[in-house]
Ligand binder design. Sequence first.
Ligand code: ADP
Length: 456
Amino acid sequence: MFKKILIANRGEIALRVIVACRELGIRTVAVYSEADEHSLHVRFADEDVCIGPARSSDSYLNVPAIISAAEITGADAIHPGYGFLSESSYLAEVCEACHIRFIGPDPNVIKLMGDKARARRAMKKAGVPMLPGSDGPVESDEKALKWARDIGYPVIIKAVAGGGGRGMRVVRTPAEMANALRTAQREAEAAFGVGDVYVEKYLENPRHIEFQVLGDHHGNLVHLGERECSIQRRHQKILEESPSTALSDKVRRKMGSLVADAAKAVQYTNAGTFEFLMDHEGKFYFMEVNTRLQVEHPVTEMVTGIDIVKEQIRIAAGERLSFKQSEVTFTGHAIECRVNAEDPETFSPSPGVIHGFSIPGGPGTRVDTFAHAECTVSPYYDSLLAKVITHGRDRQEAIARMRRTLEMTVIEGIKTTVPMHLRILAEADFVAGRLGTAFMDRFAAKPKPGSLAEAV
Ligand code: ADP
């Protein structure tokens, strides 16, 4: 087993990895930017190294600085968390060359899945159902128009290197194509440094359903069931749950084994997530594979009792999975609300100093956060402040627990999305489990109280 793990991340996920390491008796090294000097992940790691200025490109994305920190401290592995370098095959390769274990899949698998067009081809070959689309990048308006004509409108243009909902444009008529193609290419180039995009059939209000897998280096691979992440804003998840209200045990077993077979076909190791869209007839279509820990992994942990981060570490250390597929059981229902430091009406970031801070615990409640009273929420990074996760015997109990937890939450000094979550939890469609990726549109359409539109 590793003696010391460097965590190449910040915020709640750096703390989450520290939690797993402490329970496993592994020492930890925090890396931090100048803006994060007083963060909890720095306080609770056994050692810490400043890796540069606030800007991510100078610190959390700075591979030489991170590798040097690992070498100076004698860390034998690096956990990348999510975001930042978590899907960087380059970091994984450099780790390999420096004899530091990268806690994630093999660099070639990261590379394959990081190119969504290639990933589509590989998954198609493995027998995974697919939405019709161009199986490679499209460069010109003519090619994009031809694909759209063949597939049928609406279509969606997506970045080959995509992530975080960026570089995507829905096209409903040929007239919109040229503009959408250029915007998507520009956005992709700016966000990922690669402007390549591909075309895919666009589904109206589908469900986002994803399967968690864990694979060791001895040929064992299991799935841990699904998460439903249909509650999204601008293609970004805001509330997730497990199990999905749309899956029967039979479908879960069938999809789970299909995913496990596909993962084995590409020799997938460590933790990974296979994302799908599900249409109104219950048909699944592959979307992408995320070769890392997901923000929403706690809902799976709550229903399976499996600590996914500990498993990642054990797998990377060469251990065998300690359980078989038949030993994975699902108990109750779990929901996660992502509490962001944002204005709940406009969604603009709300950085600043938190004065009062209390999120109550209680039965079936878990809070993953870096926040505390008098801490500063930095404007430099992602606005995720806290993940509130509740577990209940059934979905209604999980919802009731989430409501009372959020109603009793106190976060003063900055704005948060807690009120937005309470609105979602109160919607009849949410309570009934009638979900889809267009769910949040209803809020955008509603006039604000006191606005002219409402008065009229
Ligand atoms: P990213 O990697 O940027 O997160 P994804 O491919 O995972 O991008 O897609 C994110 C979200 O975008 C999905 O959950 C879904 O809401 C929407 N989306 C992507 N592709 C389609 C599609 N073909 N039809 C409808 N919605 C889509």
